[in-house]
Design a protein around this ligand. Structure first.
Ligand code: UD1
Length: 342
């Protein structure tokens, strides 16, 4: 049986780490990306790390005719891992239609092509943001979804629904992976997060401040009802996250998944505050971080962390990296980044 897997958003942060994990587990990943927030040169780093050359298509998945070329070239694709999407929460409130058009049309094109070309497995990159505000943590997959607080979050909720409606009409099965807060970098120091757009997530903001790309960083709010007043999140290492995609693919291809669609939380299962993350960084880097305490960021949820029991039991997944390694690999990556062609 062919081991070909199409990875959309393949040159992005989680996509590129997943391509490595797929090669390491005997799959043959093919990458597609429109390059809007990443550079194809990451695939050179993947080649250094795996010894494998990944076939890449520079295509916008909103263009179905162009996208079909991939399936014409590779009619035996077994699975699709669909990462390609816009993901900035704040930006999505400013240009919601761009988010709906891009994230939903590309998804529907992929689903239609997957069905036409008899793809067996579809893995979707979802987010804990689908749970919405005000739910109790640890949160499990059974929780009701409250309307999302941003168009970005809505695109994840709508995408999940589209997949749930579509898959039962086909022979394809799908897994929805709800990520908590992806962070860290490949332990080799050769690959990590290198977006073209300005980094907004906590961990890259910390490392960029420490290396001097930013003078100072702001902790958004220290008046929340939490142990130190700052927000709580569940930070999960990108390599652990990547491996969960390979396991999900195997779960479907080995015909162990009973239902057309299954869903898994991917987090460490422990919540950490913003200040605890900063302390972990200071410990592993031996460096004091220049930060100030500022106002809350609109739209932020007070606290959310995963109940990851289902992924552990059903997929035999377990997180191997904890917060110190997340911060250490992120810091090594930040220091190496400027010397690499990314
Ligand atoms: C959110 C979504 C997540 C989505 C991600 C995409 C939720 C619960 N999570 O993550 O699903 O994938 O956006 O970008 O909606 N912070 C600071 N200073 C900074 C940056 C961040 O204090 O300069 C704080 C934030 O206020 C927050 C925490 O750090 O409390 C994490 O923020 P961030 O890394 O942006 O991720 P989320 O907003 O949790």
């Amino acid at each position: 049986m062919s081991k070909k897997v199409l990875v959309t958003g393949g040159t992005g942060y989680i996509g590129s780490h997943t391509i490595i994990d797929l090669w390491e587990n005997g799959f043959e990943p093919i990458s597609v990306d429109n390059g809007c927030n990443s550079d194809v040169s990451v695939l050179q780093q993947v080649e250094i790390l795996t010894g494998k050359k990944t076939i890449h298509y520079n295509i916008d998945l909103c263009n179905k005719t162009e996208s079909e070329k991939i399936f014409i070239d590779h009619a035996d694709i077994q699975g699709i891992i669909h990462f390609a999407a816009l993901k900035a929460v704040g930006e999505s409130t400013e240009i919601p239609l761009v988010y709906y058009q891009n994230n939903l049309i590309s998804l529907m094109n992929m689903l239609e092509l997957a069905s036409t070309y008899k793809v067996k497995a579809f893995i979707f990159s979802s987010s804990c943001t689908v749970y919405g505000e005000g739910q109790k943590s640890p949160i499990n997959e059974e929780a009701d979804l409250i309307p999302a607080s941003s168009p970005y979050g809505s695109t994840k909720q709508f995408s999940e629904q589209i997949i749930k409606d579509f898959c039962p009409t086909t022979d394809m099965k799908a897994v929805l992976l709800r990520y908590f807060n992806p962070a860290g970098a490949h332990p080799s120091g050769l690959l990590g997060e290198s977006p073209k757009n300005i980094a907004l997530n906590l961990v890259p903001v910390i490392t960029e401040t420490a290396i001097g790309k930013r003078k100072v960083m702001t902790v958004f709010g220290n008046d929340y009802d939490t142990r130190d007043g700052t927000c709580i999140r569940d930070y999960i290492h990108v390599c652990d996250l990547a491996h969960a995609h390979t396991l999900s693919l195997e779960y479907i291809l080995e015909q162990r998944q009973p239902d057309p669609v299954d869903v898994f939380n991917l987090g460490i299962g422990e919540g950490l505050t913003v200040l605890e993350i900063i302390k972990a960084f200071e410990k592993v880097s031996g460096q004091k971080l220049n930060y100030i305490l500022g106002d809350r960021r609109p739209g932020d949820i007070k606290a959310i962390f995963a109940d990851n029991t289902k992924a552990k039991e059903v997929l035999s997944w377990k997180p191997n990296y904890l917060v110190d390694e997340i911060m250490k690999t992120a810091w090594i990556w930040e220091q190496n980044r400027s010397q690499l062609p990314l």
